[in-house]
Structures are given as structure tokens and as C-alpha cells.
Design a protein around this ligand. Structure first.
Ligand SMILES: [Zn+2]
Length: 81
């Protein structure tokens, strides 16, 4: 099984669906076994969803419920593309 450190190295690719099947499976296993990483994955996915919602709003205004740290994380994610 992957360590948390190893999972961390693969995590972005895992979340973006860019891993070969075997590594994807190893990551999936780790998320199933490791509460901390599962929690992180869940939070990360939420940030991306909120970020996409925010950037799709027609007037460019962010909804009030989006905390600034989520916006920053979403922006950082977009920049890394
Ligand atoms: Zn872990």
C-alpha cells in the first residue's frame, strides 16, 4: 500500500484522472484505508466544485458562502493547468 507521502505525490493526477490504471488503483486503495487522505480528497473535490461554480457565475461575482481560502485554492489550481 502507498504511504501518505506517496499518495500525496500522486494525488493531483489521481483527482484529475490522469494516472495509469495500476497507480489509480493504488491511490484508490489508500483513500479507502486512510481516513486523513480520504478527508483531504473530499475537501479538495469540494474546493474544485465550488471554484467551478464561482467562475461560472455570469456576473463574475462570488457567492457569499465561498470562503477566501477556497477561492485561493481554486485559483491556484487553475493556474497550475
Ligand atoms: Zn494517507
Amino acid at each position: 500500500m502507498l504511504t501518505c507521502k506517496e499518495f500525496d505525490d500522486f494525488m493531483l493526477d489521481y483527482l484529475e484522472g490522469g494516472l495509469p490504471v495500476w497507480q489509480k488503483f493504488m491511490c484508490w486503495m489508500h483513500v479507502k484505508m486512510c481516513r486523513e487522505c480520504a478527508y483531504f480528497v473530499q475537501k479538495y473535490r469540494r474546493v474544485i466544485t465550488l471554484g467551478k461554480d464561482a467562475f461560472q457565475s455570469p456576473d463574475g461575482m462570488l457567492p457569499d458562502y465561498v470562503p477566501e481560502e477556497l477561492v485561493k485554492a481554486a485559483l491556484a489550481h487553475r493556474r497550475s493547468k
